[in-house]
Design a protein around this ligand. Sequence first.
Ligand code: ZN
Length: 297
Amino acid sequence: MKFGAIDASGNRFLCGITTENGDTIDKAVFLTETPEKTIPKVIEYFKGKAISALGLGCFGPIDLNPNSKTYGYIKATPKKGWQNFDIVGSLKKALNIPIYFDSHTNLAALGETIWGAAKDSKNTIYLTIGNGIGGGAIVENKLVHGMMHPEMGHMFINRHPRDKFIGTCHFHGGNCLEGMASIPAIERRWHKSLSSLEEDHLAWDLQSYYIGHAIVNYILVLAPEKIILGGLVMKYGNLFPKIRKEVQKLLNGYIKTEQIKNIDTYIVPPDLGEQSGFFGAVALCLSLIHISEPTRP
Ligand code: ZN
């Protein structure tokens, strides 16, 4: 048996075929343009490949409630053309196979738990910091779904005392993490591209301050055993040590666990690089293949 997997982010659709052991046979990347341009390419790729099911991780917000009439839709995304797009329905109509669906950040957390940096953890947070900020969570070995999936990128945060920037979030301005610490926020605040900011620039103090605040809140609410930080921003500014220091400073000795003490192995980069979400989609597919797929009313 063969399976398909998709990690759909705001920039690209990473598609692939795997064996029933999760070994990748083939991969392809398509840019996230508009549904009219991108989805036919994705369908064309999977058609004729004899896959038995498809795991799909998608940028959000998405409707994951199987009792909702819009189950499988992308909802109020700022990504132009994708608002209220029935992504599961479109793929299902063309491929006619079971499709297992979740947020791409939830699936990144799953991929890292099965094959990556969180192998020893039952409670994992995955946060990606790029053009947007998104987070996924696994609690007691289960992906978190309540009324929807977590939207950790929009966590409300305190403003840095030296920061006057108004923020970029269409919904929360400068009140939320994405509005203050995503790539558009960084570049608009400093009038510089991400890659041209020097390593000693104040920008990185602000980044670690905002990301550190958000992480402390995740720690206090979910008590994760591993926190994984991915996305393009994390490749710049030597952020990991700064964020770890900020988290310990903010906790101020209140949480005394092995993880907080050994924070270098607690807040870490993904082991699977930019493929955490793709492997999460594979893992979702493999784990659910014997369970019937959700059908909306
Ligand atoms: Zn927001």
